[in-house]
Design a protein around this ligand. Structure first.
Ligand SMILES: Cc1cc2nc3c(=O)[nH]c(=O)nc-3n(C[C@H](O)[C@H](O)[C@H](O)COP(=O)(O)OP(=O)(O)OC[C@H]3O[C@@H](n4cnc5c(N)ncnc54)[C@H](O)[C@@H]3O)c2cc1C
Length: 457
């Protein structure tokens, strides 16, 4: 019996999985392998919310494989060492894995290839598993990647993605493949109290609901903070319990302005991935330096992290992040602009905090969106500053978003409706009775400081 290994990484699904499909085509038996990689922990990327979500995903993947006659093989340790051990124990000659874009993934791929080849085995790396179009699939003339989204999107739209693959009907796993225990969500400490559940079944059901009663209103409502009218599929895309290729195909066949707008957001994901693939250093260094001398202000950064800046919409967003391990996109833009521009604190400080809590925390999307907001990335208007009050009036006019996450403001009668955004306007006595801070910065002062720092005034 010939054996091959499907090494799962950010593609924890049975539907539309080219890695699993190729491993099955290659051999009589396949080892569906996931390694809980100690390198992820060493890289500081092992956040409790993602670990808990991952545990759900692995349980679901195992259940899906068992329903097809197989099972998931889980190992813990160094991904390369463990994969080689499994290959050795089962006699697998070929290992299949998805291509990925981070420096971490590149190093893992290189080490894995070398170790397997030294042992007479082969590594097959599959493109367009964790994204729709592989990095480099479209490029501007004479360059290795697009630095601006709009021209990228024009090319992206014109390409035909690969076909969507069905889930396998049966999976045959060799008995010699020994597995460790599956991790359990309940073993993970410090998880956000309202973290969403993970797993392919959960992701598919969420996408089904989104298609039947969410996507049509997406274009009009995606910025509506209290409406919470985005798909919330980002953790599933991050862990690959849903395939971006399948989401694009199904959204396109449904059609309509909402579905088109949703597909455009998925293209943003590919855009950031092709930037990071070409410029791995963008995960920690400015993509386009503006020669910033960021302020070190631990007091302000702590207030920002804790949701105690005195600006209710910012504080609501930061508390949503802590409570759910997720934050609305408009709120991410507001909080990132507030930290990097109004407070003029280094984008890396904010990106680190997001990575510590976000269940969808993703090197390409997180670091490059932070850079976009800080004006060191791909934004063509790098010095735009979002005013939290103007934005709150526009995207949370009745204050429903703030009241949901900032209970000390929700309980005050005098702060009904949009007045919740300006608690400092309360009469002095009522203001003193509130356990809520004064604004930590004057918005005009913050704006002026930023403009001077960037040499705009
Ligand atoms: C400072 C900052 C940090 C961010 N960090 C992350 C992160 O770590 N992980 C992450 O997945 N997204 C990140 N984003 C992008 C975006 O905010 C989230 O993808 C989105 O809010 C997820 O919610 P949703 O699934 O409901 O999105 P929807 O609006 O329903 O969009 C559908 C999908 O499109 C993709 N998408 C949407 N907007 C973007 C974008 N701006 N860039 C790239 N892909 C996008 C996501 O995969 C998302 O799930 C960040 C944005 C900012 C401004």
């Amino acid at each position: 019996m010939s054996v091959s290994i499907a090494l799962f990484t950010a593609d924890l699904r049975l539907h539309d999985n080219p890695v699993l499909r190729a491993a099955q085509r290659d051999a009589d038996e396949v080892v569906p392998l996931f390694v809980r990689d100690e390198g992820v922990r060493a890289a500081g990327f092992d956040a409790p919310n993602r670990r808990a979500f991952l545990a759900d995903c692995l349980h679901d993947l195992d259940a899906g494989l068992r329903a097809r006659g197989g099972r998931l093989v889980v190992r813990e340790g160094d991904a390369v060492t463990e994969t080689c051990r499994v290959a050795h124990a089962t006699g697998a000659r070929d290992v299949h894995v998805a291509a990925d874009v981070s420096g971490f993934a590149h190093r893992r791929e290189r080490r894995l290839r070398e170790a397997l080849e030294a042992d007479g085995r082969r590594l097959h790396v599959h493109d367009a598993v964790t994204c729709v179009l592989a990095p480099g699939a479209v490029t501007p003339q004479g360059k290795d990647h697009f630095a601006v989204f709009t021209p990228y999107f024009r090319r992206w739209e014109g390409e035909r993605p690969r076909d969507v693959l069905p889930a396998p009907r049966a999976v045959s796993v060799p008995e010699s493949a020994e597995s460790g225990a599956l991790p359990a969500r309940s073993d993970v400490a410090d998880v956000s109290p309202r973290l969403a559940p993970g797993g392919e079944d959960e992701g598919r059901e969420r996408f089904r609901r989104w298609t039947s009663d969410g996507v049509d209103a997406y274009e009009d409502r995606h910025d509506d903070l209290p409406g919470d009218a985005t798909s919330r599929l980002s953790p599933h895309l991050h862990f690959g319990t849903l395939s971006a290729t399948e989401l694009v195909a199904r959204s396109r066949s449904r059609g309509g302005a909402g579905a088109e707008a949703f597909v455009r957001q998925l293209a943003w994901r590919d855009f950031h991935r092709q930037v990071l693939a070409a410029r791995p250093a963008a995960s920690y260094a400015d993509y386009r330096t503006r020669h910033d001398s960021w302020r070190r202000d631990e007091r302000a950064a702590t207030a920002w992290r804790e949701g105690r800046t005195g600006y209710p919409v910012i504080d609501a967003a930061m508390r949503q992040l802590r409570e759910e391990g997720w934050m609305h996109n408009r709120a991410r833009l507001l909080t990132a602009s507030f930290l990097t521009k109004t407070l003029y604190v280094d984008w890396r400080v904010g990106a680190r905090h997001f990575l510590d809590l976000l269940v969808d925390g993703d090197i390409a999307n997180n670091q490059l969106n932070w850079q976009w907001t800080a004006g060191t990335g791909t934004d063509t208007r790098p010095n735009r500053v979002l005013n939290p009050l103007t934005q709150a009036k526009r995207f949370d006019p009745d204050g429903g978003y703030v009241r949901r996450y900032v209970p000390e403001l929700a309980a005050t009668d005098a702060l009904r409706g949009g007045r919740v955004h300006t608690p400092w306007k309360l009469p002095a006595e009522e203001r003193r009775a509130l356990d809520y801070p004064e604004p930590i910065v004057d918005l005009t002062d913050g704006l002026n400081r930023f403009r001077v720092a960037r040499g705009l005034d």
